[in-house]
Design a protein around this ligand. Structure first.
Ligand code: KE4
Length: 428
């Protein structure tokens, strides 16, 4: 497998685009090597500009649950394009997608569409602050909610205290209202509520996918719900990644915990740029133009993106049996790779939630970011490079999550496991 064209393309891109990419993780910085420049994709495969074909377990970081070039989504988009790309005026397809989201998510009575997950989370935080009249927010170490300023924060003097910026360009003032807690630790959240009586919301990925796949304990989420209710803070489930991926009706349907607001993205756009945030009518009523909390976007509710999302969600509703099928396939994949690792003396822990899968090269289970950081990420980099050369495209970071699509066949799963046997033998 050669990647000479990707090398040239990457060098050319780096002349004009910072790091040669439009989103940092794509640069392969944490695994090394050259990012593959993709020419086209179809079904479960992507093909790079050197003509190498890969089974795709990234699927654009989650959106493509029906694989690349799903016929229904593609045809719907092609038809929609013939009516115009964008109007900056209301269209009925926005209402149609809103109907699907509110029908699927019991906690969502009203929804606002935006163009990215970052925008959805940033807007939901502002709404929570406007609705409660409070300024402070709580997030969890290891959860990623996009790149809005108040969420680019790292632990300050200690956890459960106010955070410091995790990126230059974010003034300390912009993170002094953000408290950091430890995932799956209700004690750390209680400490946050002791340290601040001005908490507007707690935001969490109920099924975390940005420190690797680390689902929150059900009991913890119930305690978190009770704590927020008791303290008058809103609970926000960030399901930009897990939404429509772990199950159809969201983490609330698995855990029995009802959030006050939900943020969505990825699958909801069917591969096109869509984010969304929604919740109870009384909270959403605070949003402009109905209420005073301002939020806007030129391409929010773009009719082509709405069409792709609507086609994806209606297809998911008609085929909700796929989650069990995809979960079984994902389970076979990670268990097969774990057996292969074990045969070569490599410690590996795995997890699956619907079509999402994750693994760490670690002897111990992973319950929070500290645990995730203790895994062997150097070994992950070797695994990633070797599997890529074998034709299997995994997320280029040990802190990401993998995805199975409806086009990922049993044979592909078996082939991946077989390839991993050779790889583990080579890298142990
Ligand atoms: P976007 O702004 O990238 O659409 O969404 C931000 C976001 C918000 N919330 C959660 C739970 C997310 O996972 C994300 C984005 N996920 C990353 C993957 N880890 C996107 C990949 C990237 O940054 O390029």
């Amino acid at each position: 497998m050669t990647n000479l064209k990707s090398i040239d393309a990457f060098n050319e891109a780096k002349e004009l685009i910072p790091g040669g990419v439009n989103s940092p993780v794509r640069a392969f910085s944490s695994v090394g090597g050259i990012p593959r420049f993709i020419e086209e994709a179809d079904g479960a495969y992507i093909k790079d500009i050197d003509g190498n074909k890969y089974v795709d377990y990234v699927q654009s970081w989650g959106p493509l649950i029906f694989g690349h070039r799903d016929e229904d989504i593609e045809n719907a988009v092609i038809d929609a394009v013939k009516h115009g790309l964008s109007f900056g005026a209301p269209t009925q397809i926005e209402t149609a997608l809103a109907h699907e989201v509110t029908d699927i998510f019991d906690s969502v009575e009203k929804v606002r569409f935006v163009s990215s997950g970052t925008e959805a989370v940033m807007s939901a935080i502002r709404l929570a602050r406007g609705f409660t009249g409070r300024d402070d927010i709580v997030k969890f170490e290891g959860c990623y909610h996009g790149h809005s300023d108040s969420l680019l924060v790292q632990a300050g003097s200690g956890l459960a205290t106010f955070g410091n910026p995790s990126s230059p360009g974010v003034p300390a003032d912009f993170t002094k209202h953000t408290l950091l807690a430890i995932y799956n630790s209700i004690e750390s959240v209680k400490k946050c509520f002791e340290n601040s009586k001005d908490i507007a919301c707690v935001i969490i990925e109920p099924i975390a996918g940005n420190m690797g796949l680390v689902p929150a304990d059900k009991e913890f989420l119930h305690e978190l719900r009770d704590l927020c209710t008791k303290n008058g803070a809103l609970l926000i489930f960030d399901e930009v990644m897990s939404g429509f991926r772990a199950t159809l009706r969201g983490a609330e349907s698995i855990t029995g915990v009802t959030p006050d607001l939900v943020t969505l993205g990825k699958v909801i756009g069917g591969g096109m740029p869509v984010g969304a945030f929604g919740g109870k009518k009384e909270i959403m009523a605070s949003l402009s133009p109905e209420g005073p909390v301002y939020q806007a976007g030129t391409l929010s509710g773009n009719p082509i993106a709405m069409t792709a999302g609507y086609t994806a969600l209606t297809k998911l509703k008609k085929n909700s049996n796929i989650y069990k099928i995809l979960e079984d396939r994902a389970t076979r994949l990670v268990n097969g790779m774990k057996d292969a690792a074990c045969e070569n003396g490599i410690d590996m822990v795995v997890d699956v939630r619907g079509s999402m899968f994750g693994f760490f090269f670690s002897k111990n289970g992973v319950k929070n970011f500290e645990d995730a950081a203790k895994a062997d990420h150097k070994l992950f980099a070797l695994f990633h490079a070797a599997m890529l050369d074998a034709g299997f495209y995994f997320a280029c970071s040990g802190y990401e999550t993998g995805f199975i699509s409806t086009r990922t066949t049993d044979q592909m799963i078996e082939d991946t496991i077989e390839a991993s046997k050779k790889v583990f033998k080579a890298i142990k």
